[in-house]
Design a protein around this ligand. Structure first.
Ligand code: TYD
Length: 206
């Protein structure tokens, strides 16, 4: 099976700024899907031994990284995860739910760091070889609420409100440009409602 034949509608990314509640929603959606399907859950950056090592470089508060070094390290960790875990799981007929994806790079490095969405997309594409989330759930939350809910700020999450506002605005603008791929949910509502909305949309594409 070539990568382009993979069932990408089963590759579902959960996105949003810090404090949007992604991890809880991923866990709940995975549990519901597991009733009648095989599900692989991953997170970015990370999800492979190499990726976890790259993650510690990226998120450790002591590191100084030039913006393009940061963007390329995220892309490297993602290329490894895609080759080692995501593509094989999709080829096996599994759902793959991911806590963050290439869309975080478009929003944080493309928008937040100002590297440009098209430019960041271009450096990610070669490593992904068409393995791109078919569905993106954007958990939309106000930046102030997100920051207040954030438990521990890492090097990037601790950049402050202006940076996170730029990332949030970029998420929204990409969602508006790719309406068929995105499910935008108000993350301030009850988790049960968010999970129901997501499952209903995924059910329609199963
Ligand atoms: P993470 O540990 O996933 O925590 P949370 O999602 O709870 O914030 O955070 C990873 C951090 O890295 C987060 O601040 C977003 C950032 N990030 C990027 O800047 N670009 C990326 O491509 C990815 C995957 C994450």
């Amino acid at each position: 099976m070539s990568h382009l034949d993979l069932p990408l509608h089963r590759y579902v990314a959960f996105e949003g700024i810090e404090g949007a509640g992604k991890s809880t929603v991923v866990r709940r959606v995975a549990a519901a899907l597991r009733d009648d399907a095989e599900v692989t859950v991953v997170r970015e950056p990370g999800g492979t031994p190499t990726g976890e090592r790259i993650r510690s470089i990226l998120l450790d508060g002591e590191t100084h990284l030039a913006p393009w070094a940061e963007a390329l390290l995220f892309a490297a960790a993602r290329a490894q995860l895609t080759a080692e875990v995501v593509a094989p799981a999709l080829a096996d007929g599994r759902w793959v739910l991911t806590d963050r994806s290439v869309y975080s790079s478009l929003a944080y490095q493309g928008g937040g760091r100002g590297l440009g969405v098209a430019e960041v997309r271009a450096v990610n594409e070669p490593g992904l070889r068409g393995v791109w989330p078919g569905v993106v759930v954007l958990l939309d939350v106000d930046v102030d609420v997100g920051i207040a809910r954030q438990e521990v700020a890492d090097r990037i999450g601790g950049e402050g409100a202006a940076f996170l506002s730029a990332a949030a605005a970029t998420f929204r603008s990409i969602a508006a440009q790719e309406p068929d791929r995105f499910i935008v949910v108000d993350a301030s509502g009850p988790v049960d409602d968010i999970v129901d909305v997501v499952l209903a949309r995924l059910g329609a594409t199963r």
